[in-house]
Write a protein that binds this ligand. Structure first.
Ligand code: FEO
Length: 171
């Protein structure tokens, strides 16, 4: 069964949003790198990989459904931060925006009884839940420990250990 045009268009837009997310998180990694917080920089560099995987998963899905993916221009992330909490709060806000966007894709698929796309998006919905939780945890950790140099050092060390495990969705 061919993909509905509206659903295909929304999924294509979602590719762009995921690629923009990767761009955004690169700027966050740069902020922390320049501050000397290599662990936070690592966390967001890994997040870039996650976002690319999300984009690739949608691209794969369009290709598998005979829809040509269109790579639109990616906007320039225009953010500057006054303190180490700034990117963490911006990340949560951004992930909440992405969750809403995935829900819109899901509802469009549901409207045309596109069970296959809904099943794909189940994975993205669960992933968004994890990403929002991670973002909230990072804010909480910064609130609890960020004002203490030793606490910040320990947090930074913890985030340095994050590694990338490619999800099967992006194959
Ligand atoms: Fe791809 Fe961070 O959502």
């Amino acid at each position: 069964m061919a993909l509905d045009d509206k659903v295909a268009a929304l999924l294509n837009e979602q590719i762009n949003k995921e690629l923009f997310s990767a761009y955004l998180y690169l700027t966050f990694a740069d902020y922390y790198d320049e501050r000397g917080l290599k662990g936070f920089a690592n966390w967001y560099t890994i997040q870039v990989e996650e976002e690319l995987a999300h984009a690739k998963g949608l691209r794969r899905y369009l290709l598998d459904n005979d829809v040509h993916p269109v790579m639109e221009a990616i906007a320039r992330p225009d953010m500057s931060f006054d303190d180490d909490m700034g990117p963490l709060k911006a990340a949560l806000e951004h992930e909440q925006f992405i969750t809403k966007s995935i829900y819109e894709c899901y509802l469009a698929a549901q409207k045309v009884n596109d069970l296959r796309t809904m099943k794909l998006l189940d994975w993205y919905i669960a992933e968004q839940g994890e990403e929002e939780t991670n973002s909230k945890d990072m804010i909480t950790n910064m609130e609890l420990f960020g004002s203490d140099p030793k606490g910040l050092y320990d947090l930074d060390r913890e985030y340095l250990s994050r590694t990338f495990n490619p999800p099967t969705i992006a194959m």
